[in-house]
Every structure is written in structure tokens, then in C-alpha cells.
Write a protein that binds this ligand. Sequence first.
Ligand code: MN3
Length: 207
Amino acid sequence: MPFLSYPYELPPMQYAYDALEPYISAEIMHYHYDKHFNAYIANLNKALVPYPELQRLNLNQLLTNPWLPAEAYLPIMRNAGGVYNHSMYFSLLAPHSELKHEPTGYLAELIDASFGSFENFKARFTSLALSVFGSGWAFLVLTPDNELKALTLKNQETPLSYNLKPVTFFDVWEHAYYLQYKNDRAEYIKALWNIVVFPEIEQPSFG
Ligand code: MN3
């Protein structure tokens, strides 16, 4: 995933459309992956057509590039953010019970240090995800000082643009849950804890 680059293509799904049921329905996965995610990819390619110099950057470089032409800033950043956020969101979900859906190792230590416990973190992150007004995301991020923070961003903004390294991605756009949960975002978020995967975080070495 860090090497996604132009021309962008929809990555193959790592599990079947119905593999996340009953937490996320196959119908949602078809729309969310094949339509919404794919639309960001198609629109990013389209937005990059006039800019060969930007086509040479990979996705992470594009999202952290301080220079983008003013007239192309919004279409490129919105769609690049959509591609990045969705590729991470889907890659950090897995069928329930195939993996343990709890953080391990250094990330578990950081969560305990920052939030008191994993249960406290879940409660805090859930209320944050519920607080997003309109379309957006909740993220758990690592700061440059290696501190964990939970935050929300609007639309398809990514933490990368703020020099933050995201480790958990909750998509709270209505398209992520409406077909199954209707207006009940809280039930969708509760379901996500059963299928979310926490990445391994490397402990920084000092010396
Ligand atoms: Mn989405």
C-alpha cells in the first residue's frame, strides 16, 4: 500500500465481500469498495492527467507534497485522501476471530499509557467517531514525538497532511454504514471493534 502510484488501480480485496458479515454486509462492501473507493481512484487519475510531475510521486509523497497547483489542489487532495484513507481502512479490517482484534506489543503499551486501558480507548474513540458532523473520519495517530492521539478530520483529509502517522481508520461517512445500519452510526461503530485490526508499531530506539 505505501507504494500506490499513478496510474492508480483498485487493489484486489484481501477477503470476500461477505467475509465481514454480520458486522458489515456484503451489499455495503460491494458499494463501498467497488463504487466509492473505485471512484476516488478514477477521479485521482483524472485530476493528475495534466501534471506529469505529480504523476511521478507515490501516494504518500503526493499527500505530503507542499506544492500543488492551486487549480488542482482540491481535486487532487480530496481524491488522493480518499484513495489513501480507503485503502488503509479496508486493509485494517479482517473477518472476526481470524485475528485478535486488540492491539499488541508496543501499540498496546502506548494505548494503556495514553488512555489508561484499551476499554477506555474504545470508549473515547467511539464518542469521537460519533461526534463527526457531516462526512469524515476518526483516526488514532502517532505524533512525531511518538505520542498517541485520537482525532477526527472532515471529508477525505488525512493525518499525513499534518505530519501525523495514522494507525486506526474509522470511516464514518454515511456510505460506510447506511445500507445496513441506517442512521444508527453507534451500532456501526460497535460492529467495527469486532473486525478492526491494529498494526504493529515499532518501538523507537534511542541512542
Ligand atoms: Mn468511505
